[in-house]
Design a protein around this ligand. Structure first.
Ligand SMILES: [Zn+2]
Length: 80
């Protein structure tokens, strides 16, 4: 994965959480609740009580960016 900012190769890794990992619309932190209750949300890794949630993420240390490509089903460790 090439960094879209500087063009250098990004490091492959993951980000994980004991809850689901999701993107939520807006700039204010909403009240707690699953992403499915928030209009326009995108679940990046489904909630798994046994395994927690994890999604593949790419890091550019120089630009201090983390990129998650959720177009690939294999990005969600719980979808594998
Ligand atoms: Zn970069």
């Amino acid at each position: 994965m090439q960094c879209p900012y500087c063009g250098k190769e990004m490091e492959e890794g993951l980000t994980q959480n004991p809850q689901e990992i999701a993107w939520l619309r807006g700039t204010k932190r909403p009240l707690l609740g699953r992403a499915k209750f928030h209009d326009g949300s995108v679940v990046l890794s489904e909630l798994s009580v046994m395994k927690s949630s994890a999604v593949t993420a790419y890091l550019c240390r120089e630009c201090k960016k983390v990129l998650i490509d959720y177009s690939k089903e294999i990005s969600d460790f719980n979808a594998r």
